[in-house]
Write a protein that binds this ligand. Structure first.
Ligand SMILES: [Zn+2]
Length: 151
């Protein structure tokens, strides 16, 4: 289980190696992604709160990166954070996500990116629920939910 000290350590000293790396040019990403996905993943935009696909969606499944389809979050770690964006307590694996200090907008935050393609996902904050206390605040446009096969 990742804790805030792990997040700060990754951001300061380096992130884990991803299982696979996907590199494309901006025109290649633009051809593959919707304009809204491109703005979030490749241009680090933030989508509007509440008016986004997964804010209040709790269907079971795995949330993959909308760019490279690396698994990022499981629906079992999703919770309602009253932020207006889908929120998770943990990623599916410690190497799934990379962490970067972000001091834009006069805020000190930790940006989270897909570790496979470098796509911007959102930010992580140390005000999540116990036991780990993490809140991954993620743009819906950076995610695609893949349903679990029926048991
Ligand atoms: Zn990705």
């Amino acid at each position: 289980m990742l804790r805030w000290i792990d997040i700060l350590t990754f951001a300061k000293y380096g992130n884990p190696e991803p299982l696979r790396r996907v590199e494309k040019t901006a025109p290649e990403w633009a051809a593959q992604l919707t304009p809204a996905q491109f703005r979030v993943l490749r241009e680090h935009h933030t989508e509007p709160p509440y008016r986004n696909a997964y804010c209040r969606s709790y269907e079971p499944g795995c949330y993959e990166c909308a760019g490279c389809h690396s698994p990022l979050f499981d629906s079992s770690t999703k919770y309602y954070a009253i932020s207006g964006w889908p929120s998770f307590t943990q990623p599916v694996a410690r190497q799934a996500i990379s962490y970067h200090f972000d001091d834009t907008y006069n805020m000190q935050r930790v940006e989270v990116r897909c570790n496979g393609c470098g796509g911007h996902l959102g930010h992580v904050f140390p005000d999540g629920p116990a036991p780990a206390g993490l809140r991954y605040c993620i743009n819906s446009e950076s995610l695609v939910r893949v349903g679990e096969p029926a048991a």
